[in-house]
Design a protein around this ligand. Structure first.
Ligand code: F6P
Length: 348
């Protein structure tokens, strides 16, 4: 009888998920395994919500954003009896191995299910935030950077026409990877990210210096997770509410609007705020992300075939390798000093 392999996508969606599903399904189906798609991440395993996956069902999905399986932020570890139910369901349905495509939350669960319950788990690193350790890049990140850069380009022309400062808020949760890369690529005049503090006063000074020269507009790129810091050392992380999700994540958002008000109040320059939001996660993946996701999918399939569990496919240099899930979820990967130094070179 063919061994059954389940595949799920958890956490926030991102471009390239379907490319992974396609690569895994193609390779494993051809190798004689039976593929099962789990709907809605870990929720689907708790509720036995599956869809069959075969060569036909993955046709035409390579370039499509989102995930054909659906996703959720359900955490079985935080659901009463959730893990027991999930383990029972896997046994009853005779699912031999599970491939979890996700960020630190989803892969954290996979790591625990492997370590504590001896389940056969393989991980694939997904997130636009690029904050997973053990891999140089996650897929989805390149697309998000591309989208944010295109939007910064667009904001330039309107800011210039109106002699305005525009503050653009970019996703990334507690790391500034998307903001710093898109800020450098898009030529932002000030960049604020969670990893390195730059005060509101300093931000205003940079804008003043720039606008006292031959420029009458400025673009400020700010990460949603960047703290508003004053010279006196006051700090504020801006959230939409006090709510947290099942993994303890706060809902970030609103920093651009606060910063824009402060810039206008302190400098007198007309200032607007733009929030890119989920635009950064939607739509078709870049060619780079399609290739990276396909390579990850092929590696995950190979790991299942070789019975290498408790591991995640990862990019190191130009090689796709396997690293322990524990490494991936152990420590948040933050923006390196080298990128921060580079970004600062271009502040006025
Ligand atoms: O982790 C990906 C991400 O897009 C973050 O950058 C952002 O903070 C968060 O998810 C938004 O989550 P949601 O889609 O639940 O609003």
């Amino acid at each position: 009888m063919a061994k059954k392999v389940a595949i799920l996508t958890g956490g926030g969606d991102c471009p390239g998920l379907n490319a992974v599903i396609r690569a895994v399904t193609l390779k494993l189906t051809r190798a004689g395994y039976e593929m099962v798609g789990v709907r809605g991440g870990w929720r689907g395993l708790m509720e036995n919500d599956y869809m069959p996956l075969d060569i036909k069902s993955i046709s035409g999905i390579l370039h499509r954003g989102g995930t054909i399986l659906g996703t959720s932020r359900t955490n079985p570890m935080k659901t009463e009896g959730g893990v027991e139910l999930l383990v029972d369901n896997l046994r009853q349905k005779e699912i031999w191995a599970t491939i979890a495509i996700g960020g630190d939350d989803t892969l954290g669960v996979a790591n625990q299910l492997h370590g504590k319950y001896a389940l056969n788990m393989v991980g694939v690193p997904k997130t636009i935030d690029n904050d997973l350790s053990g891999t140089d890049y996650t897929f989805g990140f390149d697309t998000a950077v591309q989208i944010a850069t295109e939007n910064i380009d667009r904001l330039h022309t309107t800011a210039e026409s109106h002699d305005r400062v525009i503050v653009v808020e970019i996703m990334g949760r507690h790391t500034g990877w998307i903001t710093i890369m898109a800020g450098i690529a898009g030529g932002a005049d000030v960049i604020l990210i969670p990893e390195y503090d730059i005060s509101v006063e300093e931000t205003c000074d940079i804008i003043r210096r720039r606008q006292s020269g031959d420029k009458s507009f400025s673009i400020v790129a700010v990460s949603e997770g960047a703290k508003l810091v004053t010279r006196e050392g006051e700090e504020q992380m801006v959230t939409q509410s006090d709510e947290v999700d099942a993994f303890g994540n706060v809902k970030l958002g609103g920093v651009a609007s606060l910063l824009a008000k402060e810039i206008e109040r302190r400098t007198g320059f007309e200032t607007r705020a733009t929030v890119l939001g989920h635009i950064q996660r939607g739509g078709t993946p870049t060619a780079h992300d399609r290739i990276l996701a396909t390579r990850y999918g092929a590696k995950a399939a190979e790991m299942v075939q070789n019975e290498e569990f408790g591991l995640m496919a990862a990019l190191q240099g130009d090689a796709i390798v396997a690293v322990p899930l524990q490494v991936a979820v152990g420590e948040r990967k933050v923006v390196r000093q080298e990128f921060w130094d580079l970004a600062q070179t271009f502040f006025a």
